[in-house]
Design a protein around this ligand. Structure first.
Ligand SMILES: Nc1ncnc2c1ncn2[C@@H]1O[C@H](COP(=O)(O)OP(=O)(O)OP(=O)(O)O)[C@@H](O)[C@H]1O
Length: 258
């Protein structure tokens, strides 16, 4: 269990999060949604230990970052930040193997190469293995960085807008793989998404952030409705539901065009 207790975050004078309390269970996909600039990335950075909380604390399996030490704490995480700009000469396979940098001790075992190749295969991008990273498209790079973070095999998986450059097929592939691995490996998974329909389809729990505070938390079928979305984004939406009550949202244009 990843516990977030009474967590308040600030950057300079600006308070970004007030008294956040959450208990995030292993084996579940938690999708963070909310408007631009509401602190989603800041929350991930704070969990990873890049930003000290102003108040409150986090702990995993009963242990705090202070008890574990910073290096050991970060070793719990697979973290794929937003918009990574990498102009590396390394090949795709080499970049994916770097997911195991902590344990490599500057030596590559066959098993590391095989694991990287298997991750590329599982994501349908094995054909990219020998290409230099800088020669890939934005979406291809995003899939490669996902493969890299998979190779860490963390306890806590955090992905910040991992599908922002992906086409529909690769969005579904990445999210399906993430859900399946979250169940199989019992990760505590946190994903930031802006696509509310993708969030509704794949989240076990939604974490809704706005105005520096938690607005709602729970299964999408319970949490996501027109009133919440209109309040968050000031956009009118129509909401349909499938047989399981999973909402499907359609934003409505304010001016009718005929
Ligand atoms: N290092 C920093 N110094 C000053 N302000 C910052 C810093 N990092 C973030 N902020 C501010 O904190 C707020 C929250 O930023 P954050 O990146 O966490 O938002 P977000 O919810 O992830 O946004 P987006 O959906 O646009 O990615 C923004 O107003 C941003 O300008």
């Amino acid at each position: 269990m990843l516990e977030i207790a009474n967590l308040s975050l600030a950057v300079g004078q600006q308070t970004l999060m007030r008294e956040l309390n959450l208990q995030l269970a292993p084996g579940q996909v938690h999708v963070i949604i909310g408007p631009n600039g509401t602190g989603k990335t800041t929350l991930l950075r704070a969990l990873f230990g890049e930003l000290a909380p102003r108040q409150g604390h986090v702990c995993f399996a009963g242990q705090s970052p202070r008890q574990l030490g910073a290096a050991q704490w970060r070793r719990l995480f697979g973290y794929m930040p937003q918009n990574i700009q990498l102009e590396l000469e390394l090949s795709v396979l080499e970049v994916v193997v770097l997911g195991r940098l902590d344990s490599l001790a500057m030596r590559l075992a066959d098993e590391d190469i095989l694991a990287a190749a298997a991750a590329l295969q599982a994501l349908g991008i094995a054909h990219l293995a020998d290409r230099p990273l800088h020669a890939l498209s934005g979406g291809q790079r995003q899939m490669v960085l996902f493969a890299q973070v998979l190779l860490r095999d963390p306890r806590i998986m955090m992905l910040d807008e991992p599908v922002s450059a992906l086409d529909l097929q690769h969005q579904m592939q990445l999210m399906e793989h993430l859900c399946q691995q979250t169940r199989a490996k019992q990760w505590v998974t946190l994903v930031v998404l802006h696509d509310l329909n993708l969030a509704a389809q794949f989240a076990d729990r939604l974490i809704v952030l706005a105005d520096g505070a938690l607005q709602a938390y729970g299964p999408p079928a319970q949490v996501l409705d027109a009133a919440l979305v209109e309040r968050l984004y000031q956009v009118p939406v129509a909401v349909l539901r499938d047989g399981q009550g999973i909402p499907f949202l359609r934003p409505l244009r304010s001016v009718s065009h005929g």
